[in-house]
Design a binder for this molecule. Structure first.
Ligand SMILES: C[S@@+](CC[C@H](N)C(=O)[O-])C[C@H]1O[C@@H](n2cnc3c(N)ncnc32)[C@H](O)[C@@H]1O
Length: 456
């Protein structure tokens, strides 16, 4: 075993000390100038006294470096290349949302929806995303109030300046490499996805999100999205992929890298749920890709057996790569999850399956399970469960709300909060009875545990 990296530990402490010392100096200066301490409060002074500026700069530099230093490197790349925040900022700027909220007061999501012509649920998603960046806050459920930053946007000049970045600078920057013509060529598009990461593509797609939302309000269809508008002439991502299974397979490889981010790792699922409580049981992994999750679980829980269901190309890949010692314990089956479930089992796992489908299609996937379900069967949904605004650290909430906007942009789908999960299940069939939410430690994902109860 190699020795711990003491240089990194020392840098971490040096930075923490710089932050501590600079903050103490700033407090002193502010007290001397009879100024309040920094806060997000809408009435907090914007400018610091001259004597505090050097300390402010030292603290910002050290916090930024400490933040990056503490990130997993894959997460660092992900965070630096995430651009979903432009979607919520574009909405705020385009509709001059700041001017709809009175100073010192509050306005409901419903009223903002009515003034902007967007659906209330969309307004809530966009503004809750911005709130993780301290732009507006939700002082009570359903209401929006100013922070120090959002209040600046009340004036037309500031809003125009703010508008410039998502509406002019951002779309222009997408064109910098003048690739749009080449993107029309799907082969290059998919080579791009698989060879680097999805961000260049997603940038073009996300630019179109508000356009799609305004063009097709309330749409639940994947061919009426930012993706469809971004050079795909009305096609959904599914249409584009199904025309080319090889590239669909490559996209699934790109998704595997997503799964390596600490907050989405499969090990958190293996460790975070009481799988042993199932006893000797069979688990069907619906939409289980090439079986990576089941292989990890089979290794840790010898009493469990698995059936992985997915598209034919993926299950064939899973079967070919199955470690020999798991032969017989992990089976593969091509199955369309919109079609009737035929395998009877003690539990059904649906891992990150629902978040890329709108409610209309999630209901179909849930109802298709029913014919195979026996009283007491567990349905385990491993997906994001959006937190109450402000209830977890902002960078973690932002990560979840980024994913929410990404799902909207590409699929007309969404991440869901607990209330939305419970409502979705009840609407699918009252025999789906929500049991409990298990928030997996160190993960952005939860397990929503549901029982099938005959006569419920
Ligand atoms: C976001 S991925 C999740 C994969 C896997 N559960 C995981 O967590 O790594 C969604 C999966 O659903 C599969 N899928 C999409 N449409 C399907 C359908 N109609 N029937 C079965 N599987 C489908 C995809 O091939 C993909 O493997």
């Amino acid at each position: 075993m190699s020795a711990p990296n003491l240089v990194q530990v020392s840098r971490m402490r040096t930075l923490a000390t710089t932050i501590h010392d600079a903050a103490a100096q700033m407090e002193k200066v502010l007290l001397e100038h009879h100024q309040p301490l920094p806060s997000f409060d809408e009435d907090s002074p914007v400018a610091l006294p001259e004597a505090a500026l050097a300390f402010q700069s030292a603290a910002i530099g050290a916090t930024a470096e400490l933040h990056d230093l503490l990130l997993d490197p894959l997460d660092l790349l992900y965070q630096k290349s995430s651009h979903y925040h432009f979607t919520s900022l574009q909405f705020i700027a385009r509709f001059h949302v700041a001017s709809m909220i009175p100073a010192g007061g509050k306005t409901s999501y419903a009223e903002i929806a009515q003034k902007t012509g967007l659906q209330e649920s969309m307004v809530r998603r966009l503004l809750r995303h911005a709130m993780t960046m301290r732009i507006f806050h939700e002082p009570e459920p359903g209401m929006v109030a100013h922070t120090q930053a959002s209040k600046l946007l009340v004036t037309p000049e500031k809003n125009a300046w703010f508008w410039f970045h998502p509406e002019v600078g951002w779309p222009a920057s997408v064109q910098v490499c003048n690739k749009r013509a080449e993107w029309e060529d799907q082969v290059l598009l998919f080579e791009y996805i698989s060879s680097t990461n999805t961000d260049y593509l997603l940038l073009v797609v996300v630019v179109q999100y508000l356009e799609a939302t305004q063009k097709w309000p309330e749409s639940q269809e994947a061919n009426e999205t930012g993706f469809s508008l971004a050079g795909h002439s009305g096609k959904s991502i599914y249409d584009v992929f199904s025309a080319d299974p090889e590239h669909a397979l490559r996209f699934s490889l790109a998704m595997d890298t997503f799964g390596e981010l600490p907050q989405y790792q499969m090990s958190k699922v293996v460790e975070g749920y009481d799988w042993a409580s199932l006893g000797r049981a069979k688990i069907v992994d619906v939409g289980g890709s090439a079986g990576q999750m089941c292989v990890a679980m089979a290794r840790s829980f010898p009493a469990l057996n698995f059936v992985v269901q997915d598209m034919a190309s993926l299950v064939a890949k899973g079967q070919a790569n199955l470690p020999p010692e798991l032969e017989g314990r992990v089976q593969f089956m091509a199955h369309d999850f919109f079609g009737e479930q035929t395998v009877r089992a003690e539990a059904y796992l649906l891992r990150t399956v629902f978040h890329n489908w709108s409610d209309k299609y999630c209901l179909q996937i849930l109802r298709a399970l029913a014919p195979a379900l026996q009283h007491g069967a567990r349905i385990l949904i491993n997906d994001v469960c959006l937190p109450k605004p402000g209830s977890i650290p902002a960078h973690m909430e932002l990560d979840m709300r980024n994913l929410d906007l990404l799902m909207g942009t590409i699929f007309n789908a969404q991440e869901r909060d607990l209330n939305e999960w419970v409502q979705l299940l009840a609407k699918a069939d009252p025999r789906f009875v929500f049991q409990r939410l298990v928030q997996l430690k160190g993960s952005a994902l939860a397990i929503i545990e549901v029982l099938w109860v005959d006569n419920a």
